[in-house]
Design a protein around this ligand. Structure first.
Ligand SMILES: [Fe+2]
Ligand SMILES: [Fe+2]
Length: 187
C-alpha cells in the first residue's frame, strides 16, 4: 500500500464534499419526479449539515489559530453556515412540487457557491500553506469519523425518517443539534 501518497488531507475531503453538494443541487433542479426531488433535497440537507458541523468542530478552530485573518474568516464562514441552515430548514418544510421549493434551492445554491468559493480559494490554500501535511491528514480522519458517527442521511427506503425529522425540528439549530449529538451534550 502507498498510504503516504494516497491519503487524502482535510482539504481533499471537504472539497470533494463541496463537489457532491453542487452536483446534488444540479440533480434536484433537473429532476421532474417530486418524490425523487424530495429525497435528493433531504440527502443534500443531511450531508451539508454533517459537513458544516465537522468543519466547525475540527477545521475552523485550526483556521482561527493558524490563519492571519483567522478570526474574521471563521466569523464570516460561520455566518454563512447559519444562512445555509435557515434556508435548509425552510426547504425541509415546503412541498417538493411547490414553486417555492425551487426558489429555495436556488437561494441555497447561491450562498453555497459563494461559501465554497471562499473556502476553496482563500482558507483552504492557507491551511495547506501553514499546517504540516500530516496534521491535515489527521484532520481529514477526524472529519470523516465525525460524519460517520452522525448518520443523518435518511435511509433510502425511508427518506423522511425520524432521526432526520428530529434533527430539523422547529426551534432547534440543525448544526447545534448535531454538534451536541456528536459531543454527547444533552439536547
Ligand atoms: Fe465547506
Ligand atoms: Fe463551510
Amino acid at each position: 500500500m502507498t498510504e503516504a501518497t494516497s491519503q487524502q488531507d482535510v482539504v481533499d475531503v471537504l472539497s470533494n464534499d463541496h463537489r457532491e453538494f453542487l452536483d446534488l443541487v444540479e440533480q434536484i433542479k433537473v429532476t421532474g419526479a417530486t418524490e425523487q426531488r424530495r429525497d435528493l433535497a433531504d440527502t443534500l440537507i443531511s450531508e451539508l449539515v454533517r459537513h458544516a458541523v465537522a468543519e466547525e468542530m475540527f477545521v475552523y478552530p485550526a483556521m482561527r489559530r493558524h490563519l492571519p485573518n483567522g478570526e474574521e474568516a471563521v466569523e464570516h464562514d460561520t455566518k454563512e453556515h447559519k444562512e445555509l441552515e435557515r434556508t435548509m430548514k425552510r426547504l425541509e418544510a415546503v412541498d417538493a412540487d411547490s414553486p417555492e421549493f425551487l426558489d429555495l434551492i436556488r437561494e441555497l445554491e447561491a450562498v453555497l457557491r459563494d461559501h465554497v468559493a471562499d473556502e476553496e480559494s482563500e482558507q483552504f490554500p492557507e491551511l495547506r500553506a501553514r499546517i504540516p501535511r500530516e496534521d491535515l491528514v489527521e484532520m481529514a480522519d477526524k472529519v470523516e469519523a465525525a460524519k460517520a458517527v452522525a448518520p443523518t442521511r435518511p435511509h433510502p427506503l425511508a427518506p423522511n425518517n425520524q432521526v432526520f425529522h428530529k434533527l430539523v425540528g422547529p426551534g432547534v439549530g440543525l448544526v447545534d443539534r448535531l454538534r451536541d449529538k456528536l459531543t454527547g451534550r444533552p439536547t
